[in-house]
Design a protein around this ligand. Structure first.
Ligand code: SAH
Length: 239
């Protein structure tokens, strides 16, 4: 079994990432907390540090290889145990990070992560995306929103686009069926004020296929969206 330090080296080399020694230490400490949390609460599926690094960390950091995040506020919607938001914040410490999750246990875990890693400007938003998307403080305020493994694209765009600023970006991390999901989400993207911009197809060091979609918010999201809690998933837009 590879040591976590060696797996991390592989990931940063593979992504062409230049980060400091203290950023590497933060990433490794985060992996350590995930493993510890995992033993107690099953926060993520993987059981070894190397697997976490080569799968979840590589995937989370992949956009840094091919894209530049806009400065300002980044929201991770359905962050779970902090993926991809926490690794992105470690690598781009100037971003203001907001983490949304409906699960209290995960929010409590993230509170501990933010404290132990001494992350600056990291804010936890417990509760459903449908609620935050209607909150005037947060609606259409984020320069960029990321989301991974939360819902099918057609559902996710209704939850995510209301929170993105006009001119801002939505990055959706998807698996190998990403293109089918985007096809299904075409109407929902348009209705919520978005426009499909670009996508990248890539492989994790573990061999899994992934797709990353960039959707631009080009116009305002109508008042009607997001619909009430649960509705986006029960009756996806345009289907
Ligand atoms: N992004 C993480 C977690 C994926 S699990 C990762 O890549 O590992 C999906 C997470 O989304 C869960 O923690 C769940 O609580 C959260 N979630 C699902 N629907 C949500 C909603 N409507 N609002 C807020 N959080 C939601």
């Amino acid at each position: 079994m590879e040591k976590p330090e060696e797996s991390l080296e592989k990931v940063t080399d593979g992504l062409g990432l230049e980060i400091s020694k203290s950023q590497k230490e933060q990433l490794l400490w985060y992996i350590h907390l995930l493993l510890e949390g995992l033993n107690r609460q099953r926060l993520v599926g993987e059981k070894s540090g190397a697997a976490l690094i080569e799968k979840h960390l590589y995937d989370s950091l992949y956009p840094l290889k091919i894209w530049s995040f806009p400065p300002g506020c980044l929201l991770d919607l359905g962050t779970g145990a902090g993926l991809p938001g926490i690794p992105l914040k470690i690598c781009l410490p100037k971003l203001k990070l907001y983490l949304v999750d409906a699960n209290r246990r995960k929010i409590n875990f993230l509170r501990r992560v933010a404290a132990e890693l001494a992350l600056s400007e990291t804010y936890l938003l417990p509760g459903r995306a449908e609620k935050w998307g209607r909150d005037p403080i947060y609606r259409e305020k984020f320069n960029c929103l990321v989301s991974r493994a939360v819902a099918r694209a057609v559902i996710l765009v209704e939850l995510a686009l209301p929170l993105v600023k006009i001119g801002g970006d939505l990055l959706m991390y998807k698996g190998k069926n990403g293109l089918n999901e985007i096809e299904e989400a075409r109407t929902a993207i348009r209705l919520c004020g978005g426009q499909m911009e670009k996508y990248w197809h890539y492989y994790l060091p573990t061999g899994e296929e992934r797709t990353l979609f960039l959707i631009k918010k080009t116009g305002p999201t109508p008042e009607a969206y997001p619909r009430r809690i649960g509705k986006p998933a029960q009756k996806p837009l345009g289907l």
